[in-house]
Design a protein around this ligand. Structure first.
Ligand SMILES: [Zn+2]
Length: 172
């Protein structure tokens, strides 16, 4: 896997990167989808607000993917420099507000799995499902637009930010 080539501008990435993730995990696409679901997208985060807050290997050489709308789970592939087995990291998409923008951060690791070992896909499946379930439990339905929203998009109980601006006079 060539992380250099993968670090192009986020805007240029194809929306669905399920094939890329299957390649990084060295599994067939059908096996990946059966265990971890599909609709995987590349995920990137700005590092500068988080300097010193992340494990160094997460910063150095991890290819991150996200799945869900809103994002439910983050999955990172850590490529080691000295040809040791790749490690997959499953993380909860933690959010922080910086300059009035929501930024996500894979700071809460659920699992760290050696993908060269037998059964690693099944172990990943359990970790991904657990994080996604926990994250979904924090979602709410906006009573105005009736869409599903993550907690970071809550303006007041039961109202999303979009509706508070569009209908209730909030300043964006
Ligand atoms: Zn709404």
């Amino acid at each position: 896997m060539d992380l250099e080539a993968a670090s192009d501008s986020e805007a240029d990435w194809p929306r669905d990167q399920t094939d890329t993730l299957a390649g990084a995990l060295r599994v067939a696409r059908a096996d990946l989808v059966a265990h971890l679901g599909g609709a995987w997208r590349r995920f990137d985060f700005d590092l500068w607000p988080f300097e010193g807050r992340l494990p160094s290997e997460v910063v150095a050489s991890t290819l991150w993917f996200e799945s869900g709308e809103p994002t439910q789970v983050l999955l990172g592939i850590v490529e080691s420099a000295n040809f040791e087995p790749d490690i997959a990291v499953v993380a909860f998409p933690e959010f922080v507000m910086i300059d009035w923008r929501t930024r996500y951060l894979p700071s809460r690791e659920q699992a760290r799995i050696d993908i060269s070992q037998p059964g690693s896909l099944v172990r990943l499946q359990g970790a991904v499902a657990e994080v996604a379930l926990r994250r979904r439990k924090s979602f709410f339905w906006c009573r105005t637009c009736r869409t599903c929203n993550p907690p970071e998009d809550r303006s007041e109980p039961g109202i999303c930010f979009g509706c508070s601006v569009q209908y209730f006079g909030a300043i964006p």
